[in-house]
Design a protein around this ligand. Structure first.
Ligand code: HEC
Length: 185
């Protein structure tokens, strides 16, 4: 490449930059964008991302939270739940006496004390959340909908099962993982 060619190239690059600058200055002048009076978005239904805390008393305003699954459990499909559970098996075993992997073994988890499975080292967040609590249907529903929303700082790296029927089937499957399944709600 000789000096002429290099000069031409630099010229072409500068020309492009100049053209882009001109266009952007012109378009700013043509499309005058007024600043919004209130920056950001106002969400209908009150606080955004409130998670569980509000409990949804305010007439269905809790669009961000999980729908209740208790009424669906009696007719839930345990086999479909076992299929949903495939999302969990990279980290959890389900059979009695199964090993702890990235997460604790889940046999008999419903009714079990939160964060109490032998030999598993739970996060501080889970221990704090679980002090004195057992996994019941409501707690599991919230946790499986959004693990990090229900237990802030949990070590469970999983986005959650957002579909209500899938969650109901999954929880029905978890319930079946027990010598004597806890009663349906
Ligand atoms: C990427 C790995 C991973 C995946 C995927 C995962 N989990 Fe977990 N799970 C964990 C870890 C780690 C913990 C312990 C969390 C802590 O200590 O904060 C946990 C904890 C739990 C607990 C609490 C158990 C106890 O003894 O208190 C339940 C219930 C649970 N997981 C269910 C599920 C279900 C159901 C799925 C699939 C829908 C799933 N997890 C997917 C890693 C995972």
């Amino acid at each position: 490449m000789n000096a002429m060619e290099i000069n031409k190239m630099i010229g072409a690059v500068l020309g492009t930059v100049f053209a882009i600058l001109t266009i952007s200055i012109l378009s700013d002048a043509i499309f005058d964008r007024p600043a919004p009076e209130k920056p950001g978005y106002v969400l209908a239904g009150g606080e955004a991302g409130g998670g569980e805390a509000g409990g949804g008393e305010a007439g269905g305003a809790a669009a961000a939270g999980p729908e209740d699954i208790k009424a669906l459990l009696a007719n839930a499909n345990i086999e479909a739940g076992a299929t949903v559970f495939k999302k969990c098996t990279s980290c959890h075993t389900a059979e009695k006496g199964g090993a702890n992997k990235v997460g604790p073994n889940l046999f008999g988890v419903i009714g079990r004390g939160v964060g109490t499975h032998e030999g598993f080292s739970y996060s501080a967040a889970m221990k704090e959340y679980g002090a004195g609590k057992s996994w019941d249907y409501d707690a599991l529903n919230a946790f499986l909908f959004a693990p990090k929303g229900a237990v802030k700082g949990t070590a469970m790296g999983f986005a959650g099962v957002k579909k209500t029927d899938e969650r109901a089937n999954l929880v029905a499957y978890l319930r079946s993982l027990a010598d004597t399944p806890v009663p349906l709600p």
